[in-house]
Design a protein around this ligand. Sequence first.
Ligand code: SAM
Length: 621
Amino acid sequence: MITKKQSRVLDFVKDYRKKHKYAPSLEEIKKKFKLASVSTSHYYISKLQDAGFLNKEHNQPRAVSTVEAKQMIEIPILGAIAAGQPIEAVEISDETITIAKDEIGKQGKHYALRVQGSSMIDEGIFDGDIVVIRKQEVAENGQTVVAVIDDNEATLKKLYRENGKFRLQPANPTLFPIFRDEVEVRGVVVKIIRNLESQLDQGQSRDEKYVRKIDYSWDYRGEKTKSHTHGIHTYPAMFIPQVGRRLLETYSKEGDTICDIFCGSGSALVESRLIGRNAYGIDLNPLAIFLAKAKTTPINPQKLTKEYLALLDRVGKIKDGEIKRPDFKNIDFWFKDKVVVKLAKLKKAIREIKDESIQNFLMVAFSETVRYSSNTKTGEFKLVRVKGDKLEKHDPDVIGIFRKHAEKNIAGMADFYKDAKKDSWTKIIYGDSSKDNGIKANFIDCIITSPPYGDSRTTVAYGQFSRLSAQWIDVFDDPNDASGVDNDLLGGRATKNLIHTLSSGYLKESLEKIAKQDEARAKDVLSFNLGLNECLKQAYRILKPGKYFCLVVGNRLVKQVRIPTDFIIAELAEKIGFTCEDIIVRNIPGKRMPVKNSPTNIVGALEETMNKESIVVLRKN
Ligand SMILES: C[S@@+](CC[C@H](N)C(=O)[O-])C[C@H]1O[C@@H](n2cnc3c(N)ncnc32)[C@H](O)[C@@H]1O
C-alpha cells in the first residue's frame, strides 16, 4: 500500500526517467517536494521499493533507477482487530489495500485488518496500523495470530500452547496474558503496514523519529544458515548470513571496504568476501579472531583433503609417551583423562602440518571436538558440567567427532574457495572497538555489526564459551588467561556509581527503573552503554561521511525493565554526528540464544531474553 504522497513521488520518478533516461537524485526529489532532508527522499524511495513499485539497485544504495511493475495484489480490509481487550469479530468489507505479491508470499489467501489498541507494541504493531493476515486455522507457537475466543470475540495476540491450554500473550509488558481451553485461529500476521507519512511531514519529535518497523522479510525463517564456511564452528549470537548480506548489499557496493567492529566468528566478513567487499573485522575475544581468520582464508580443497587424510593416518600411530598434556587450571574437571590423551594426539598430528592456513583450518574442527568431548553440556553457551550418571557414562569418540566436523568443514571450504571473490581482502584485528585500532579516519564505506546484548555476566559470556577451546588451541601465551576475557568485553566491569554524562533520555529512564530494584544491575547496564558509546565514537571516526552504520541489537529485559537499546543507540549516535534513518525489527527464528536466562543463577529466577532484534541504520552526517 502506498500513500498519496508516495504515489506523487513515484509519478515524479517515472516522468523524470522518461524524460532524462535516468533517475532523479535524492537531492532533486527533496527539492521537488520541498522535503526537510535528503534522508526524507530516501525514506520515500525505500517505501516505494518496499512496496514493490521501484526495484532495488543493490550496488547503488541511493539510486532510484529501474522502475518496473511488480505483480500486485488487492487485499480486502475486513474491519478492525483489537490489540487489547477482545472486540466482537465483525467482518465488513469496504476498503482494500494493494501490495506487491512477493511481500506476503505466494501461498494462501489474505485479508487485512486495522489495529486498535496497544497490546502488541513490542511486536512493532501500533494503534492504527494495518496488519495483513494469511488465512489459516493452525499456528506455530509464538506466531502472532487473529484469535477468536469466547463469544465471537477477536483479538490479535501471540499464541502459545501450554499444558493443554492456550496462552494468548500480549506483546506489551504492562498487560496480562489471556488463558483459554479453546481458541479459534483465523490466520497469522504476515505483514504490518504503518503510515509514517504524517509524522515525516509534521517534523519529527523524539518518539516519532525512532519508530520501529517490524518487517518479517528479515526473518529468513527456515533458510540455510550454514553455507560456505559459516557452519564450521559454533559461536554465540552469530549473524544470520542472509541478514549480513542484505545489509551489505543495501548499504555498500562492490569494491567497498566495510568493517564489522564486533566481528565475532566473522559471519559478516565471510559474506563480504563472497560479494566482493574488502573487510576489516575487530574483536576482543582471541577465539573469535582465530575463527574469523579461518573462515575467511580461502584454501584449495584438494590440498586440504590431502593433508586431512595424511593427518588421519598419522594420528593413529602416535604413542601415548609422545604427547604433551596441556597444562591449565581444572583440566581434569572438564575432561576425562582418556579424552585428554586422544585430544593431545590429535593436536600433535595437526601441529605437524606445515601449511599454516591448513593447520589453522583443521584446528577449527579440533576446537569443536574439544567442546563436544569435554564434560560440559554442549547445548549451553556457559560452561556447565554434566552430572551424575551422564558424566559417568560420558565416553566420547574423539576421533569420530573430529572426522565428522573436519569433513563437513572441508565441504564448506570447497564452496567458499569456489565462490569467494579473488581480489577482495579481509583483515582481522584483535582489539577493543572502543579504542583506535589503527584504521584511518574517514576510510570505511560501511559498518555492519552486532554488538553483545549486554554484559557477559548476565547475557552471553563469549569468553566463557570460548575458554576450553582457547586453552587447547594455544590462542593465549598462558592458557589460564582465557578466563579473563569476559572482564575486558563491553560491560565487563561494573561502574563504581551511577553518575554519567551520556546523553540519552531512554537510558536515563531505564537506569532509574533498574536501580530502584537492584543498583548493581544498573551499574552493569551503565558500564555496557558507556563502552558502547565509545565504540560509536570510533565507528564515526573511521566511517566516510554520508555512509551507513548498521547495528543489529537486542532490547533486553533487566529486572523486568525492557531496555530500548535500539533507541538508546539512536540517541547516543545522533549526539556524535549520525542520523538514525531506520529501525527495522526482525524475529530471531534460528539464532542460538537462550529464551530464558537466569541472571542470578537461582533456579526459577528466570528473566526473558530476546526473541527479536532491531536493525538500527545510522548515517554519518
Ligand atoms: C554478537 S557477537 C558478534 C557475533 C558475530 N556477528 C558473528 O556472526 O559471529 C559480539 C562480539 O563482540 C565482541 N566484543 C565485546 N566487546 C568488545 C569490544 N570492546 N571490542 C571488540 N569486540 C568486542 C565479543 O567478543 C563478541 O564476539
